[in-house]
Design a protein around this ligand. Structure first.
Ligand SMILES: Cc1cc2nc3c(=O)[nH]c(=O)nc-3n(C[C@H](O)[C@H](O)[C@H](O)COP(=O)(O)OP(=O)(O)OC[C@H]3O[C@@H](n4cnc5c(N)ncnc54)[C@H](O)[C@@H]3O)c2cc1C
Length: 465
């Protein structure tokens, strides 16, 4: 496969632009995250030789599935390394389930390879078009955070290029750097290789139970109860509907099917369909999403349904339509993902919903998850509580809305997820993140001159541009 085919297959196409004067090496491109907002000019180096292209680069980028500016260089003549061709499997021990890969190894290949062998990634985000390096840098969480924690809990060792240029191995040794890198958004060093522990599975199929729930109070209660019984739980909620049904949801619960329940044979991977074009900004309207949500909710039929499901449909329902982010048009979209800490109080969640309604938030897609305890990542997102992920088109009101949501989240002791963010202000993030100082001090030990940075770190952490 040639270099760029691999990227294009999953919808990654940076636009080439004219090089500027201070060319740091690489191709001059316009880059964006999954939300297509913001768009930043920079230089991208793409090669199978990740150690070579990370030398002097300010950041490494995976498949660009972070929504906002975490995977973008700061504005200016900066080079980033793209890991997508550094995608070799280095070791897979069938007995122990220990895997070592180059950082650009994509999760979808890991899944296809490991499922028939009785292993699965211990933690997966809601798309499998991510690299393992990106999963470490965001310390991703999945539908099983309440039992398995973040991906970083399962990582044994990392090989990294740090800001000084040295290449080192960390894990049990250099433990501070290791913990600061889990969820450190690429700002503590370039991850070159990752070694981690896979999860043994009872069959390659999922046993799923889904439940239609009419109001948000019940959704939260049932999410909590389900977490005591099921390893995978998630709710797809409707925050556009108002009144007694506000926040109605489909609650999905799942576990790996037992041998006796599983159909004979392996699940066949689906053929995806690419969304063909970028729609004009006006094409997607709130009233359409209201109807879509209504249909999705109604088509569930019986209040509770259960049965065998394909793991791809269960874990990655949105991946069936590749490049679905184009439906939002050129303006792009953002996701505000925040965790509101336990214990659940109905007052708090009601206030959050009211805030969305009072501000006429265009929440086109919303997912609620149960989070377990904080893990090893010094600055990772999850903490015990409920996480809300809200997809919204970008418009002139977005900054004000995110400011108001963040006022609320900070006051309630919650925090936002940097991998989704494009609008949070520095003071809000500092107010939400008592661990920031400790993380920063490890970062400064390894990079006193701010050689590693991103558009996000300039905006949210105040790094010099
Ligand atoms: C549809 C969808 C669903 C999602 N669902 C979830 C979810 O359920 N849970 C969740 O936690 N996240 C979720 N995400 C977010 C996604 O999992 C993370 O943003 C992930 O990091 C993306 O991986 P990537 O390889 O595309 O990395 P990129 O988006 O390219 O980069 C993300 C961050 O990782 C850093 N990085 C990437 N590679 C390296 C490397 N080799 N060395 C150092 N730093 C690196 C980048 O600098 C950047 O800060 C979802 C995203 C999408 C689009």
């Amino acid at each position: 496969m040639t270099a760029d085919t691999r990227g294009k297959k999953v919808g990654f196409r940076p636009r080439l632009v004219k090089a500027g004067r201070g060319d740091p090496g690489g191709q001059a491109v316009e880059l964006a995250g999954w939300g297509n907002y913001p768009v930043v000019r920079g230089y991208e180096r793409v090669s199978e030789n990740l150690p070579r292209i990370t030398q002097g680069a300010v950041l490494t980028r995976g498949l660009g599935r972070a929504y906002g500016d975490a995977c973008l260089p700061p504005a200016g003549d900066y080079a980033i390394a793209a890991s997508r061709l550094a995608d070799r499997l280095l070791a897979f021990h069938r007995e122990s389930g220990i895997v070592r890969v180059e950082a650009g190894f994509p999760l979808h290949r890991l899944n296809r390879m490991s499922l028939p062998l009785g292993w699965f990634t211990p933690v997966t985000p809601g798309t499998h078009h991510v690299t393992v390096g990106g999963m470490v840098a965001s310390d991703v969480h999945g539908k099983n955070h309440h039992v398995a924690g973040c991906f970083g809990e399962h990582v044994r060792a990392l090989k990294m290029r740090v800001a000084s240029g040295s290449i080192i191995e960390c894990g049990d040794s250099k433990a501070d750097l290791f913990r600061a890198t889990l969820g450190g958004m690429g700002l503590t060093g370039h991850i070159l290789e990752v070694e981690f522990q896979m999860e043994r599975i009872s069959s390659p199929w999922i046993w799923e139970e889904s439940e239609r729930i009419d109001n948000f109070e019940d959704v939260l209660e049932k999410l909590e109860v389900a977490g005591q019984e099921w390893p995978f739980t998630v709710g797809w909620a409707d925050f556009l509907v108002t009144g007694a049904n506000a926040g109605r949801a489909i609650l999905m619960k799942g576990r790996w099917a037992t041998d006796a329940e599983a159909p004979a044979g392996l699940p066949k991977w689906r053929n995806t369909v690419a969304f063909p074009l970028r729609l004009p900004n006006w094409a997607l309207q709130t009233w359409m999403m209201r109807i879509g949500n209504f249909l999705n909710y109604s088509k569930h039929g019986a209040p509770i349904r259960s049965g065998i499901t394909h793991p791809e449909a269960f874990f990655y329902p949105l991946d069936i339509l590749s490049q679905w982010n184009r439906v939002y048009g050129k303006r792009g979209f953002t996701q505000h993902q925040a965790v509101l800490p336990a214990p659940h109080t109905h007052r708090r969640h009601e206030q959050f919903l009211r805030l969305l309604h009072d501000n006429r938030a265009k929440v086109f897609l919303s997912v609620v998850k149960d989070c377990g305890d904080e893990g090893r990542g010094m600055i990772s997102f999850p903490k015990r509580g409920v996480s809300y992920a809200l997809d919204m088109p970008v418009d002139q009101d977005t900054q004000q809305l995110v400011d108001r949501l963040n006022d609320f989240v900070a006051a309630e002791g919650g925090r936002i997820y940097l991998a989704k963010d494009a609008f949070t202000r520095r003071e809000h993030f500092a107010a939400m993140e008592p661990r920031l100082e400790a993380w920063n001090s490890v970062r400064r030990q390894w990079d006193p001159e701010y050689r590693l940075k991103s558009a996000l770190s300039v905006r949210v952490l105040g790094d010099p541009a």
